[in-house]
Design a binder for this molecule. Structure first.
Ligand code: HEC
Length: 152
């Protein structure tokens, strides 16, 4: 996963055949808005199921620094320092899963599912207070920062 901050990512579309986003053949860029856009760096390698073929995640400018502050400090009470439960390097601690180096869209989806209650197992209860005050932009920032870290 390579996380790239930009206000103007390439124009993309969701390919139903590939089941992920791809760059529009005509080229061009578009405003990122409040989005994370993930595309394979090399669509040919990804299409051929090369497990080492990286994905690029485009995120809004400033996301990584903002996310780092929320993750490391809790943002003055907005959330809770993640390392307390996920371990010093966020690579997991006991039963608590690793969160460093995952795909930003995956992280955002998990946080949104915990926030809206569709992920509500016993273990997810520990995450309730972590996500309750996070805005969509906070979630994008946290996902950008975690995605930029080296994986386990
Ligand atoms: C009080 C402990 C605690 C704190 C603090 C905490 N987490 Fe968690 N987190 C958990 C537990 C436990 C789970 C597993 C939930 C489950 O299995 O349903 C989890 C799951 C997650 C997941 C889903 C991982 C996956 O692969 O499904 C993400 C993403 C996550 N946490 C991010 C964060 C972030 C970001 C922070 C800091 C802003 C944070 N957590 C702080 C306990 C915590």
């Amino acid at each position: 996963m390579k996380v790239v901050e930009t206000a103007t990512p390439p124009k993309t579309y969701v390919s139903t055949a590939a089941r992920h986003r791809l760059v529009v053949p005509g080229g061009g860029t578009e405003p990122i808005g409040h989005r994370i856009i993930e595309i394979p760096e090399d669509p040919f390698r990804t299409a051929n199921r090369d497990p080492h073929s990286p994905f690029l995640a485009y995120v809004p400018p400033g996301s990584i620094t903002k996310g780092e502050a929320l993750v490391k400090t809790g943002g003055s009470g907005k959330t809770i320092q993640c390392a307390i439960c996920h371990g010093d390097e966020l690579k997991g601690l006991g039963e608590v899963p690793r969160i460093a180096g995952l795909q930003p869209v995956y992280i955002a989806r998990q946080l949104i599912c915990i926030q809206n209650g569709s992920s509500a197992g016993t273990a997810a209860a520990l995450m309730k207070k972590v996500v309750s005050n996070l805005s969509e932009d906070d979630i994008i920032a946290i996902s950008a920062y975690l995605g930029s870290l080296p994986p386990q």
